[in-house]
Design a binder for this molecule. Structure first.
Ligand code: CP
Length: 307
């Protein structure tokens, strides 16, 4: 596999291999000199046309910890801003012979399109409302580290499913690994057809009729950000009312198993989709997810560069 574009690129064996490999990088201490020497001649370029704190920074830190050099392209200061096409942009980058290009774009399929013209490994860091496959890997890593397994877990995913690339990637990866996903939230933010992402895998996905049905006896509750930038001002009917009816509060979290954990890919809208005392509470693993993002991306970079 040259590129990492979709969770469809994965198999249960490869997920297990990548998650096992990521374990080697925790805690995030010094990487052995032999590893750094192996990758020190390699170069990674990030090309993000949408905002990011976690994904872009963790790719940079992951690459640097492995010994790669990193170049970050600021899209607004690149020739894309002067009308250069995506194809010409990737051909231009390719001519400079980077080893890995990490792409985030607001339009679904752009990393796939760029991969066709790139000799470098292309990694999808989030494409529109389609997929965010490295987020799903780090979420699976966090769940597996906590529970020791993925198979059989009951995972509630709540909120803005319709606009969420995180939801699509998680549904497929978790179903692939035998977990069971229940989607909850307002009807207006459901994603018709998302069940297809789980098709053919041992796990299941279902749309719960009520928030309580989604959360009931869950092992983990994953809350998604309300993606205001994709809502064109039209929203249920206000952010405050969303919190009243669908926000994850301590009272609603009590519907899950007592030992349930709370995940959120970030960034968080506090008091919109999640109460601050839940986001910062003892059941929250949100900051742990961020740490795990570096280890998982290190494992993915090593795996791709070894191909
Ligand atoms: N989870 C995630 O993709 O966060 P960023 O947008 O900060 O990268």
């Amino acid at each position: 596999m040259k590129d990492f574009l979709d969770t469809a690129d994965l198999s249960p064996n490869l997920v297990t291999e990548l998650l096992d490999s990521a374990e080697r990088f925790l805690p995030l201490t010094t990487v052995p000199e032999a590893t750094r020497t192996r990758w020190q001649g390699k170069h990674l370029v990030t090309l993000f046309s949408e905002a990011s704190t976690r994904t872009r920074t963790s790719f940079e830190l992951a690459a640097k910890r492995l010994g790669l050099k990193v170049v970050n392209i600021v899209v607004g200061m690149s020739s894309l801003a002067k009308g250069e096409t995506l194809r010409d942009t990737i051909l231009t980058l390719d001519a400079m012979q980077p080893d890995v290009v990490v792409v985030r774009h607001a339009v679904a399929g752009v990393p796939h399109f760029m991969a066709r013209f790139s000799r470098a490994h292309v990694i999808n860091a989030g494409d529109g409302e389609h997929e965010h496959p490295t987020q799903a890997l780090l979420d699976a890593f966090t769940l597996r580290r906590h529970f020791g397994r993925l198979a059989g877990l009951q995972i509630a995913i709540l909120g803005d499913i319709r606009h969420s690339r995180v939801a699509r990637s998680n549904v497929r990866l978790l179903a692939m690994m035998g977990a069971h996903v229940r989607l909850g939230g307002p009807r207006t933010l459901r994603a018709p057809g998302i069940e297809q992402f789980a098709a053919g895998w041992p796990g299941t996905v279902c749309v719960a009729d009520t928030l309580r049905a989604a959360i009931a006896d869950a092992d983990a509750v994953m809350v998604l950000r309300i993606q205001q930038e994709r809502l064109d001002g039209a929203f249920f009917p206000s952010l405050g009312e969303y919190f009243t009816h669908f926000g994850l509060t301590r009272e609603r979290l009590a519907w899950a198993k007592p030992e349930a954990i709370v995940l959120h890919p970030g960034p968080i809208n506090r008091e919109v989709e999640i109460a601050s005392d839940v986001a910062d509470g003892v059941q929250s693993v949100i900051q742990t997810q961020v740490t795990h993002g570096v280890a998982v991306r290190m494992a993915l970079l090593e795996w791709l560069l070894s191909q």
